[in-house]
Design a protein around this ligand. Structure first.
Ligand code: SF4
Length: 496
């Protein structure tokens, strides 16, 4: 192994607590199509690692695409033993984001496996793909996977392991798992299965490994709630995470081990979690710092904000999502300007270092007036507290009411972004605008509602992705969707 790669892995392993070193007859490689830091911040990835290792005859080791830069071609190593990642019975991939699609091709190749299922045989590991993206749209993954798992891993992993034990070969394994909840066999199924849903008794899930090199360095992550009861039309939380399950405060607290310095509470809408304050107070009493990714502006009150401040949270983050009240109502966001102003007041009064507001643009029926309303509102907010405005283009997703909506188009989104930047520029440094690219949002939109042919397009992009290259690759595989053209469409914009 390359000396620099050996050093990198060694450094990371030394910065971990909870790593599982295990020898067992059945080898699983759990691979992530991106960096080590992002993977280790994923509770789903960590949970699958623990679940496979809980099976007495399975040993699960991790591998990360990031290391392909220093690994010999086809020899991506695992972290725990340094064996070749492709030398496994099961090669499991956890994928969260549409834009990691091409990375899945690269990851399989880096592990010495043919990306296409049709070009692998009995001697290759069983390639299983799971993770949040599979609940939203598994179809672009179909050319690569033997099995796609949809829904909660707490349900699917244990009996997948049992089926693997019993089966004599791949075909027998597929016979055993066919038709089970959450199992999608791209070779056999014409429709997606119903999702696998774990009962609340199997929760909470939490970090197996605390890593100094994670996106959240040294943080113990624990999922206090899964699912969200809110009706926001654009959001995949209900689809990806299933019905709402709240874990009791006692069980959350009991799962936090001694010696932990910081806890990251995970959940779709944590400020709705009924025990959030109880858990927060109890952690603070134990001298543990606390973080959450964001709070709902209509739910956060002084007590909760004080807990978060005392827990060490520096930036107070809320989402408006719709640029105007009309659009927030259309999205069923249930957030008003009063809620957002109240949150900003709290952030100022309690002395948070930063205040961050998320917005989407390019929404169905959006007009220049909606953007004007947003700009004027940001000016009012900025009088209360300095803020960072995160603007992202709206990407209509499958399994949401927006599936039939048009992607607004790169030019329109860019024009609106430009206007927002220009009109808020004079408020700098009190207002900092950060935006994501309209072109990459279009690629995300393509993958979000694409079929297997989009996977085939990804196969053509292994050597490098860009907006023009994606356009060319899609043309080569003959993919076109009038709702998802880069230039937008002249179809009526309606919430489906
Ligand atoms: S946007 Fe937040 S509150 Fe709305 S459904 Fe999604 S997770 Fe729930």
């Amino acid at each position: 192994m390359d000396r620099r790669l050996r050093r990198r892995i060694q450094d990371r392993l030394e910065g971990e607590r909870g790593t599982i070193y295990k020898d067992a007859p059945l080898r699983v490689t759990l691979a992530y199509p991106n960096t080590y830091a992002v993977a280790m911040a994923s509770l789903g990835f960590q949970t699958v690692y623990r679940l496979f290792n809980e099976e007495p005859d399975f040993a699960c080791e991790r591998a990360f695409l990031e290391d392909a830069d220093l690994a010999a071609p086809g020899r991506l190593p695992t972290y725990e033993s340094g064996r070749a990642a492709g030398n496994a019975h099961i090669f499991a991939i956890s994928v969260a984001f549409e834009l990691d699609l091409v990375n899945i091709v690269r990851l399989l190749r880096a592990a010495g496996l043919e990306p296409l299922r049709s070009e692998r045989d009995e001697s290759d590991p069983l390639v299983v793909i799971g993770g949040p993206l599979t609940s939203s749209n598994p179809w672009p993954l179909a050319p690569f996977a033997d099995v796609i798992l949809i829904g909660d891993g707490e349900e699917t992993v244990p009996w997948m392991a049992e089926a693997y034990r019993q089966a004599e070969d791949k075909a027998a394994f597929l016979d055993l798992v066919e038709g089970a909840p959450g199992v999608f066999l791209p070779d056999r199924d014409e429709r997606e299965p119903r999702w696998a849903t774990a009962p609340v008794e199997k929760l909470p899930v939490y970090s197996q490994i605390i890593s100094r090199h994670s996106e959240f360095p040294g943080v113990f992550l624990i999922e206090a709630e899964r699912g969200c009861p809110r009706p926001c039309t654009f959001c995949l939380a209900r689809v990806m995470y299933g019905p709402t399950r709240n874990v009791t405060a006692e069980r959350v607290l009991a799962a936090v081990p001694e010696g932990v310095e910081k806890v990251g509470l995970v959940g779709a809408a944590l400020s709705d979690y009924p025990f959030v304050k109880q858990v927060g107070h109890a952690l603070l009493e134990r001298g543990i710092r606390l973080s959450v990714s964001s709070v709902r502006a209509d739910r956060v009150d002084r007590e909760l904000a004080e807990i978060l401040k005392a827990g060490g949270l520096r930036t107070f983050t809320v989402a408006a999502d719709g640029p105007s009240q009309r659009l927030r109502d259309l999205l069923k966001k249930q957030i008003s300007e009063e809620h957002l102003l109240g949150a900003a007041e709290l952030a100022r009064e309690l002395g948070f270092k930063g205040f961050k507001l998320y917005q989407m643009i390019g929404l169905p029926t959006e007009s220049d007036e909606d953007i004007t309303e947003m700009i004027e509102f940001i000016k009012r907010l900025a009088q209360i507290t300095p803020l960072t405005l995160g603007v992202s283009p709206f990407v209509p997703k499958r399994n949401t009411p927006h599936f039939g909506d048009v992607f607004a188009g790169v030019r329109q989104i860019d024009a609106r972004l430009k206007r927002i930047q220009k009109e808020l520029r004079r408020l700098r440094p009190r207002v900092e605008v950060r935006s994501t690219s309209a072109k990459w949002a279009w690629i995300e939109a393509v993958i979000a509602r694409g079929g297997p042919e989009v996977g085939h397009a990804a196969l053509l992009l292994e050597e490098g992705e860009s907006y023009p290259r994606w356009k060319k690759a899609l043309a080569e595989v003959g993919w076109d969707n009038p709702l998802t053209r880069p230039e937008g469409a002249s179809l009526p914009l309606v919430v489906g």
